[in-house]
Design a protein around this ligand. Structure first.
Ligand SMILES: C[S@@+](CC[C@H](N)C(=O)[O-])C[C@H]1O[C@@H](n2cnc3c(N)ncnc32)[C@H](O)[C@@H]1O
Length: 218
């Protein structure tokens, strides 16, 4: 991982410092474009990015925007970073950290959009606060998202989808823009939805329907 110039990692849970190529340390909050991308393009995050299929897919689709995949699992990020490097996607990068700490790595209004792709549903009793659309996470996203910035959720899981709709309804700053319990039952409403992650391909093979919603946080 430390040989990649598109991967940043944080291992110290109390620190805002990330380690980039050759373990060079950066305090990167509010400075992703200055330190890494070297341009002033809008930044989109993919949370729970796994192997980064969506980060790389969107980066290829939108060269005029920057994309950052975030996950805690190094082996998965390694794959996404390797493919981004091989494809020459200079607008795609990866951050290895816990999403609970996201506001330590991004400044106010630094992020234009967020995608949450096939996040773990945390179905066990008492674990719903770990879901990436729980109100505590919406509060974190609101701190770093530009006004009017869209949050996208794509999932296979009915419980997570229903829960997300409830959280959006209950959180006063959230406004639901679009939701669909079965995106492939009709022609896709948004071309970005054509991208498929590793988990999405597995769920589709089992005949599970794919759900999608988007909302803003003002
Ligand atoms: C089911 S996988 C989905 C991966 C990928 N988006 C896909 O669709 O193939 C969920 C991913 O979320 C990551 N994850 C879950 N909770 C996390 C957290 N709090 N912080 C960082 N990563 C997290 C896991 O490491 C895992 O890679």
């Amino acid at each position: 991982m430390v040989s990649f110039d598109n991967v940043y990692q944080c291992f110290d849970l109390d620190s805002k410092i990330v380690l980039g190529k050759d373990r060079t340390s950066y305090e990167i909050q509010g400075k992703w474009n200055e330190i890494h991308f070297k341009n002033d393009q809008d930044i989109t995050l993919e949370l729970a990015c796994g192997r980064g299929e969506y980060t790389n897919y969107l980066a290829e689709m939108y060269p005029e925007r920057n994309f950052l995949g975030i996950d805690i699992k190094g082996a998965r990020i390694w794959k996404g970073a390797k493919i981004a490097t091989a494809k020459g996607l200079s607008n795609a990068a990866y951050l290895r950290t816990k999403i609970e700490r996201i506001e330590h790595f991004f400044g106010e209004d630094e992020v234009s959009e967020i995608w949450i792709t096939f996040a773990d549903p945390f179905l066990k009793k008492g674990k719903s606060n770990r879901r990436l659309t729980a109100k505590s996470f919406l509060e974190r996203y609101r701190k770093i998202l530009k006004p009017g910035g869209i949050v996208h959720l794509k999932t296979d899981n009915d419980v997570l989808f229903e829960f997300s709709l409830e959280q959006i309804d209950e959180y006063p700053h959230a406004k639901l823009i679009y939701s669909n319990w079965d995106i492939y039952s009709n022609p896709l409403e948004f071309k970005e939805l054509e991208g498929k992650t590793y988990y999405e391909v597995m769920h589709l093979a089992k005949g599970i329907t794919i759900k999608y919603l988007q909302f803003t946080l003002d």
